[in-house]
Write a protein that binds this ligand. Structure first.
Ligand code: ADP
Ligand code: MG
Length: 569
């Protein structure tokens, strides 16, 4: 075929495909226009997964009759006017493409009226052509009615899923827009039935509850800081995937892996592997630090200093959880432990257990918490009175609100983990008598080279030994007396980089393992002083209630529960 310029109508359909991929993209663009027009209420209605009909009505500023025809012209927008404006976009839309794209692939009616207009006007278009504008009756605001979406693009229509599946995406989309603008009243009607409503109270918690159900109301943890505002949940509320985590940057819903990890990394310390929390967080950044002009659908963005933002987000989440994660009463806890077991068994068969067995020092005898933070403050927390050790596994203690059982291994793991994480004194490195060579492939050598300083700060001293060979010269002091092939171990962890199922950061994995191997074991006899030191170090931890893998460090049997057990109530 010879090179030729495509007819305008065909070019318009191709361009439309980038913006309007499926019915939910239409809903998103129309709702964003309503939000940009300062609407206080947005009513969305869809039929047949949006393929037959999508209506979005708002009470925003409206469009005057004279401007109405412009709105379906490509690159016609009222939101930016210069290239400087692109550097700091404050509206959800700015490309002037949405209405033109939607018009090109549907039967479109737009009825609108501004406060200054005496009457409304209605624009009609079919496949982007035969555009007509007529006066009509109607309130101030805009109602966009999209029918027969993709009627003239059979390829796109074939690509759409079942109406049910498309409806699910639309629900998700409207819920996220409502989360991002809690002061706006949203309703969503599917085939004539209301399936979602957000009250417009201005509280993100209310939208979150409307979305996830009333059962979670008691489990919410609010976060309200200059950088980040929103809701988190207690770790008892968790799911098998990350879809319950909703993230916004400057009130725009974004899908940004790095930001998601900032949250899941922290929760990983509180939950079994393979489980994820619910969250809705808005990150507030200066406009010029966010580039939204990356993709026509605008959910992929670039952040100027992503690394710093991720670090700040992680530490904000961590500190709010540190304040709010409570010790669970025992009975409830046993139930959640069952789900813990089945969840971790399902998620990564044998993986966490395997790591423990593989690297446990051979023939480890009785070890004691003689290192670092455990030793530095030999007084028990004022609230807990130590009663003794149970089965050389658990510490029994009394607190004002009942009896506590503390898992000595999990508790010590938590203490050591935070010591390594925060580089507390005691978490230094100790030279090996015999340096150990590491056998690494070239890609892994590269990883090692970029992380060697970070590894050194954790206590692993490594040095190059010519020809891609490296030597392990020192290990974290917690590991020093646990004779083991730490070189082989470091290699295993680095190789995890290649595993697509592997969650997160190898450095984090190393911290876990240092903590696990450095900690006292179940079966170790502890002296009273050692127990006191352990408990007081535990109390100083940020997330004292779980070990770094999310297992509990302690459970509580309350006085009320005891009274019930003994028939005293
Ligand atoms: P963009 O949002 O990128 O500007 P659109 O194609 O979505 O492009 O919309 C084109 C223009 O139409 C907008 O800039 C705005 O001026 C006007 N508009 C569209 N929808 C609405 C609405 N619901 N209320 C008021 N004005 C609207
Ligand atoms: Mg728009």
């Amino acid at each position: 075929m010879a090179v030729q310029v495509l007819p305008a109508a065909l070019a318009a359909k191709i361009a439309a495909g980038e913006v309007v991929e499926r019915p939910a993209s239409v809903v998103k663009e129309l709702c964003e226009n309503a939000l940009d027009a300062q609407a206080a209420a947005v009513a969305v209605g869809v039929e047949q997964g949006g393929l037959r009909r999508i209506v979005v009505a708002d009470d925003g500023t409206g469009i005057s009759g004279t401007e109405l025809p412009l709105t379906v012209r490509r690159y016609a927008t009222s939101k930016i006017s210069s290239v400087e404006d692109l550097a700091a976009i404050q509206t959800l839309g700015f490309r002037g493409e949405a209405l033109a794209s939607i018009a090109a692939v549907s039967h479109l009616h737009v009825r609108s009226r501004t406060a200054a207009d005496r009457a409304a006007h209605v624009l009609t278009a079919v496949g982007g052509e035969r555009v007509a504008v007529e006066p009509a009756a109607g309130p101030v605001g805009t109602a966009v009615d999209v029918q027969h979406l993709f009627f003239n693009v059979p390829a796109r229509l074939a690509f759409c899923k079942s109406p049910q599946a498309e409806t699910q995406r639309i629900i998700q989309c409207v819920q996220h827009l409502a989360l991002s603008h809690p002061a706006v009243r949203f309703t969503l009607t599917v085939n004539g039935r209301e399936v979602f409503a957000a009250s417009g109270s201005g509280r993100i918690e209310d939208v979150f509850i409307a979305m996830h159900g009333h059962e979670i109301a008691e489990q919410l943890i609010a976060i309200d800081e200059p950088l980040v505002h929103g809701v988190l949940v207690q770790p008892t509320v968790n799911r098998g995937n990350r879809t319950g985590i909703s993230l916004f940057v400057n009130n725009r819903w974004v899908q940004q892996r790095a930001l998601t990890y900032a949250i899941t990394d922290v929760y990983a310390e509180l939950m079994p592997e393979g489980r994820y929390p619910l969250a809705a967080l808005n990150v507030a950044l200066p406009w010029e630090e966010v580039d939204v002009n990356v993709h026509p659908q605008k959910s992929d963005i670039r952040l100027k200093d992503a690394g710093r933002i991720v670090r700040q987000l992680r530490s904000a989440v961590r500190s709010v959880l540190a304040q709010h994660v409570a010790v669970q009463p025992m009975r409830q806890h046993f139930q959640s432990m069952d789900s813990w077991r089945s969840a971790s068994a399902a998620a990564v068969p044998g993986q966490s257990g395997q790591a423990v067995d593989l690297f446990r020092p051979a023939g480890a005898g009785t070890t004691t918490p003689e290192n670092g933070a455990v030793h530095s403050a030999p007084s028990a927390p004022a609230e807990l009175r130590v009663l003794g050790q149970l089965g050389n596994m658990y510490v029994i203690a009394e607190g004002v609100d009942g009896m506590y059982l503390i898992d000595q291994h999990s508790a010590h793991e938590r203490v050591l983990y935070e010591a390594v994480l925060k580089r507390l004194p005691g978490a230094e490195s100790q030279p090996l008598l015999q340096p150990q060579p590491l056998a690494l492939s070239p890609t892994h050598v590269q990883w090692l080279e970029t992380h060697v300083e970070e590894l050194a700060r954790m206590g692993f001293a490594l040095e190059p030994f010519g020809n891609d060979a490296w030597l392990l010269r020192a290990v974290p002091v917690f590991l020093a007396d646990k004779g083991h092939d730490w070189g082989g171990f470091v290699v295993t962890v680095i190789e995890q980089e290649d595993n697509p199922d592997y969650r997160g950061d190898p450095l984090e994995r190393l911290r876990w393992v240092i903590a696990c191997h450095g900690a006292v074991k179940a079966g170790d006899v502890l002296s009273h002083e050692q127990i006191m030191a352990l408990l007081s170090a535990l109390e100083r931890c940020d997330l004292a209630r779980t070990c770094p893998h999310g297992r509990p460090t302690m459970v509580r049997l309350s006085h009320a529960q005891l009274a019930r057990e003994f028939g005293r109530t």
